[in-house]
Design a protein around this ligand. Structure first.
Ligand code: GLP
Length: 263
């Protein structure tokens, strides 16, 4: 696991965006796995900016989102379909037919989940999967206790996640209790996993993910098994890491050998 500590949330978002942009420039038909939540918003803003400046095109790119609430129509203000349109899809040259978000309205959710897995496989697999992390260490909606081999399926949200996401809905009672999510096993098949976390409230989850045991209680810890897992954090989210100084030393040396192109 490569842990990169940036000075603040903006620098962390910019580096994550550079990573994504590098992937797209190196492979014009790249398959991106995308995430929602407050954390990736700034990262998407950088991608939109570089697209507008003519530095980047998504014309050949295909995307798969991690998750979606069950029971929200795509136009619902808090659906992840809508989030993606507002924060990325409507502002770049991604072809709408090349963007996929799980269908939380499907009448047969199980077969929709199987079809989503097949679509990912059919695309040749995800080249770069962007991830956030929940305060309890979950990735996508793989709540604590999820199988580390899980595939796309319906999950019950925990009370903590419902409370955390209530800020977007206005009240806890409006947050859907179920979501369709890629499984941990699905996520681990991406060729590269890029997890972005910022803020003090993520510090414990980040430390548990990177330095704790691999456990279904912290589903992000499964990334320790991934050969290409990159974790980009700001100082606040890094504040509970025990090996922070070591990561900084390694990264200073690594950057000279493996520079991430500027945009
Ligand atoms: C939700 C999403 C996750 C996201 C997490 C943290 O649970 N399903 O993909 O990582 O929220 O979101 P935020 O970035 O808003 O803290």
């Amino acid at each position: 696991m490569r842990v990169i500590i940036e000075t603040d949330a903006d620098a962390a978002a910019r580096l994550a965006a550079r990573w994504i942009a590098n992937t797209v420039c190196d492979k014009q038909d790249a398959v991106l796995g995308l995430a929602t939540g407050g954390t990736p918003v700034r990262c998407y803003e950088y991608l939109i900016q570089w697209y507008r400046e003519g530095k980047l095109s998504f014309a050949g790119v295909r995307t798969f989102n991690l998750d979606e609430y069950v029971g929200l129509v795509p136009d619902h203000p808090e659906s992840y379909h809508r989030f993606m349109r507002e924060h990325l899809f409507d502002h770049v040259d991604l072809k709408p037919e090349n963007t996929r978000v799980p269908d939380g309205m499907a009448s047969d959710l199980e077969s929709a989940c199987r079809a989503y897995e097949e679509a990912i496989r059919g695309s040749g697999g995800i080249d770069l999967q962007l991830l956030g992390i929940g305060r309890d260490g979950h990735i996508a909606f793989n709540e604590p206790g999820s199988s580390l081999a899980s595939r796309t399926r319906v999950k019950h949200l925990t009370e903590e996640t419902i409370r955390d996401n209530a800020r977007f809905f206005g009240s806890e009672s409006q947050v859907p209790r179920l979501a369709v999510t890629m499984g941990v096993g699905t996520i681990l098949e991406a060729r590269c996993c890029l997890l972005l976390a910022t803020g003090n409230h993520k510090a414990e989850a980040v430390a548990a993910m990177a330095e704790g045991p691999v456990t279904a209680s912290v589903t992000a810890s499964a990334l320790q098994f991934h050969p290409q897992a990159v974790v980009i954090v700001d100082e606040a989210a890094a504040s509970k890491l025990q090996r922070g100084e070591y990561y900084r030393t390694v990264e200073a040396a690594q950057r000279q050998r493996l520079p991430v192109r500027e945009f």
